[in-house]
Ligand binder design. Structure first.
Ligand SMILES: Cc1cc2nc3c(=O)[nH]c(=O)nc-3n(C[C@H](O)[C@H](O)[C@H](O)COP(=O)(O)OP(=O)(O)OC[C@H]3O[C@@H](n4cnc5c(N)ncnc54)[C@H](O)[C@@H]3O)c2cc1C
Length: 483
């Protein structure tokens, strides 16, 4: 049992330091927690409380992006909703800065903080599939690979992102683009119900029939309304094998390839997802290529893909029948946990000649090898919902485009960040809104305009479920003033 809680020696350290632990408040002010506070919290948890100085604190505070280096005062590893309720009450009563963590993949590190408390849901990763009802109940700390693995076992699927160590929590609450989103909608569109611990420490269920206003907000409104302890997703039958792979050409053909991509993807059937990116081969050759995923009948897919293959034979063609779960994990290593990453991104309504010119020119002007381009396709079922059907505001976008740099050496931070910022400058005016799940710090001031017509309703919901803005480490919605 002793291993479950902060070691006696650590509590002794707190005691020796005058019986207090330094912490930060919601507004960044200094506060202290007493030994009695910390002991009471630790002993009441089914999970663990991890404090600075403990052997596993260093590992527990790390998030996906190694550029984020924050030191929370407390990390509460929650094992159940009862833990979450207890920690939320503890944090609210003390006005502690509060972060909520699922997969830890927030680009700007919103799932951790300096001096506050982290509600770490990583012990809560169960997924229960009901094959007959075609539903999955997924705990709030689960990763995409847990969701995909359990659902695929039953020949079912729901939309998840493209890297399997990403968290279901953050991805779904902010929208959720993925390889089958054009066919089945965003991850958040597939939500049937969500259990949420609100700022008041109450566990509520949001569904179409119960707290429907909250379900609307959770479909794209991020972590603003509380801690989601579990999600229920609608599932869809899908062949375990998809037709997928890369079709790539030497970068010298970039203009033609981008035109092809723009034309072909604009009218693609929902069953086809095409992303586009620049990359380097192991022998250093710059390439531009599309990852295609056809998720329906393979013979039909071969026919659909034919024009892509006959556009000057691709230098790389790895398209074949492959298990969907394998495709879902194929980028895991490239974007592994602990990488350093800086990216700027936004949504595009189309790819016209002007956009192609601007992208090619900015990539040409960037320092060689520092900036890569990525397109993720949207449209299809995503775009067939009205903008106010859910909180997710970017329904009319057809592509998400990013300029990114991923690397390992901290000495390169400055040069890489500067290169991405400079390259993005001429592209940003061409975008129409941004994705709340992929923001840089400068974008947080524009959350309200980004949500557009949905913001006022989100602000009302925020004042209902989190009037004190306890959950502010996210694409933050300011509570509407009560009338
Ligand atoms: C390598 C990589 C690949 C990606 N690929 C895709 C992709 O294909 N499609 C896509 O749509 N996005 C993608 N993203 C973006 C991704 O959606 C966001 O980074 C998202 O925030 C990740 O969720 P998380 O749970 O891992 O993050 P975390 O850092 O744990 O959380 C992010 C935010 O969500 C909140 N949050 C998380 N879980 C909960 C919960 N249970 N209850 C309440 N609030 C919660 C946190 O408080 C925080 O504000 C990718 C990101 C990375 C780093």
């Amino acid at each position: 049992m002793a291993a479950l809680w902060p070691s006696r020696s650590l509590l002794a350290q707190v005691a020796a330091a005058g019986g207090e632990l330094a912490a930060k408040t919601l507004t960044g002010g200094a506060t202290t927690l007493t030994l009695a506070d910390v002991e009471a919290l630790a002993s009441g948890l089914r999970g663990r409380l991890i404090l600075p100085g403990q052997a596993d604190y260093e590992g527990a505070r790390r998030v996906w992006n190694a550029m984020i280096d924050r030191r929370p005062a407390l990390i509460a590893r929650c094992a159940a909703p009862s833990d979450v309720i207890q920690v939320v009450n503890f944090a609210r009563e003390r006005q502690l800065l509060t972060a909520v963590r699922c997969g830890g993949h927030s680009q700007t590190g919103k799932s951790t903080c300096d001096g506050g408390i982290v509600i770490d849901l990583s012990p809560m990763q169960s997924v229960r599939v009901d094959p007959a009802a075609q539903l999955a109940r997924v705990e709030g700390g689960a990763l995409l690979r847990h969701l995909d693995r359990e659902t695929r076992t039953f020949g079912l699927v729901t939309t998840a992102g493209t890297v399997s160590h990403t968290g279901v929590g953050g991805l779904t609450l902010g929208g959720g683009l993925g390889r089958v989103a054009r066919r089945f909608g965003l991850a958040c569109d597939n939500l049937r119900s969500v259990d949420v611990v609100t700022a008041a420490g109450k566990l509520v269920t949001a569904s179409e029939t119960e707290n429907a206003d909250l379900l609307w907000g959770l479909r794209g409104g991020g972590g603003n309304f509380g801690v989601a302890t579990s999600f229920e997703f609608a599932l869809h039958p899908m062949d375990p094998m998809v037709l997928s792979g890369d079709l790539a050409w030497p970068y010298e053909r970039a203009r033609e390839v981008m035109r092809l991509y723009a034309d072909f993807s604009a009218d693609a059937p929902d069953e086809l997802n095409m992303d586009l990116g620049t990359f380097k081969t192991p022998d250093g050759q710059m390439m531009i290529g599309s990852e295609v995923v056809w998720s329906a009948d393979h013979a039909a897919g071969e026919r659909v893909l034919k024009p892509l293959r006959s556009f000057g034979p691709p230098a790389i063609d790895t398209v074949r029948a492959v298990p969907y779960t394998e495709v879902q994990a194929q980028d895991d290593k490239f974007l592994e946990n602990g990488i350093r990453d800086y990216r700027k991104s936004g949504f595009l309504l189309s790819i016209d000649e002007n956009t192609i010119d601007a992208l090619l020119e900015t990539l040409r002007a960037a320092p060689p090898g520092l900036v890569r381009m990525t397109f993720q396709q949207s449209g299809g079922a995503i775009g067939r919902r009205e903008v106010d059907a859910t909180a997710f505001p970017n329904r009319d976008s057809r592509y998400w485009v990013a300029l990114a740099s991923s690397f390992k050496d901290p000495a390169e931070d400055e040069a890489r960040i500067a290169a991405v910022r400079a390259a993005w400058k001429p592209i940003e005016p061409l975008t129409r809104g941004f994705y709340v799940n992929a923001m840089t710090e400068d974008m947080y001031a524009r959350v309200d305009t980004n949500y557009g017509p949905n913001y006022a309703r989100l602000a009302q919901l925020k004042s209902k479920y989190d009037p004190g803005n306890q959950f502010r480490l996210n694409a933050n919605v300011v509570p509407a003033a009560s009338s």
